[in-house]
Design a protein around this ligand. Structure first.
Ligand code: AMP
Ligand code: MG
Length: 328
């Protein structure tokens, strides 16, 4: 008999069609902050879900206008122009993120250093140009996070010397993702994934199953080196393939050693898993600079943070918590 063939799923689908409520995953992707921003979420009500995605995208544009060093009129660009001369007052949000960056500098013994930009701005990845040795050596003393002085009383910043520049490229995307998650949670969303380039955070899971997050093979774009099943967590990857050019057989990429002012060698990618995106973003960049041994020992010292490192020979290194999770 015909009605017997109509399974409960189809009936449910029909019911939803009839009432006009379509529960499904909604998503959007836009180019913001020089990268791909993607939001995917589950909501019973399409209209509510779409409005939440739009709110996240708007906030990402706002953060870009505040913190981009490519935009002359951003708050951060103004800081870079004026803070060597006089204290510059900032918004609470920018002040807090710079404070957080300096804290990370302390725990990574200067591997993470937003003043890397004092030399970093001399590399141009679009034009494929790098500073001469002479120019680089002259700019190098301006890299030191201790040149950045923050005043909590009036949220102002001052640089100790001329030539200092800061750039939040190693932490701002994580911050933006955390803000996005807060916005979604305030709208009652319990299942979502938000990514800005290599920085992602998941709330809930994928309808009862974990999200399968791939760690890219650093030399083969479409291939995965590992897959991590994740829910309710943040994950960030830093890679030497994200932004780079090659010159005379040397790969000049975007993660700069504060000690030398040159791109870090020895590692191709670092993936860090933990609670919040701001910390994971800063940590993935930090571990990249610190190298396999020091980087892993930092990760081991932090509760609830794990890492996967792919070194220059393509070898994989895991923190102990991931090794435990992998064994049966
Ligand atoms: P990520 O993709 O999160 O690893 O961030 C890389 C970005 O961090 C670069 O594009 C720079 O904007 C910035 N960066 C590079 N070197 C450093 C460093 N040593 N400390 C902090 N930020 C850095
Ligand atoms: Mg990072």
């Amino acid at each position: 008999m015909y009605p017997h063939k109509v399974g409960p799923l189809l009936l449910l689908a029909l019911a939803m069609f009839i009432t006009g409520v379509r529960a499904e995953w909604l998503s959007d992707e836009q180019a913001i902050m020089g990268t791909a921003v993607r939001v995917e979420l589950w909501h019973e009500d399409d209209t509510v879900g779409r409005a939440a995605i739009d709110a996240v995208m708007r906030d990402m544009y706002r953060i870009d206008r505040l913190m981009s060093t490519y935009k002359e009129d951003s708050e951060l660009s103004r800081v870079n122009r004026e803070a060597a001369t006089r204290p510059v007052a900032m918004s609470r949000e920018l002040f807090d993120l710079i404070s957080r960056s300096l804290e990370v500098s302390e725990i990574t013994e200067g591997a993470f250093d937003i003043t890397y930009a004092s030399v970093g701005h001399l590399y141009n990845f679009r034009r494929k140009t790098r500073p001469s040795d002479e120019i680089l050596e002259k700019a190098l003393p301006a890299i030191d996070y201790r040149h950045v002085l923050l005043n909590k009383e009036n949220h102002s910043i001052k640089f100790k010397r001329q030539g200092v520049r800061i750039d939040l490229g190693g932490i701002a995307k994580g911050h933006a993702v955390d803000r996005a998650i807060t916005l979604l949670q305030a709208r009652g969303i319990t299942q979502a994934i938000v990514s800005a380039g290599g920085d992602s955070r998941i709330i809930g899971d994928r309808r009862g199953r974990p999200w399968m997050v791939g760690v890219r093979d650093p030399r083969r774009e479409k291939e995965m080196a590992a897959i991590l099943p994740l829910s309710d967590t943040a994950v960030s990857t830093s890679g030497d393939y994200e932004r780079y050019f090659e010159l005379d057989g040397v790969r000049y990429h975007h993660i700069i050693s504060p000690a030398s002012g040159r791109p870090v060698t020895g590692i191709r990618s670092v993936t860090v898993v933990g609670q919040d995106s701001t910390t994971m973003d800063a940590l993935s960049t930090s571990v990249f600079v610190m190298g396999v041994e020091k980087g892993l020992s930092l990760i081991e010292s932090l509760p609830d943070v794990e890492a996967v490192i792919i070194d220059a020979a393509g070898r994989m290194h895991y923190s102990s918590g991931l090794l435990r999770r992998q064994s049966p």
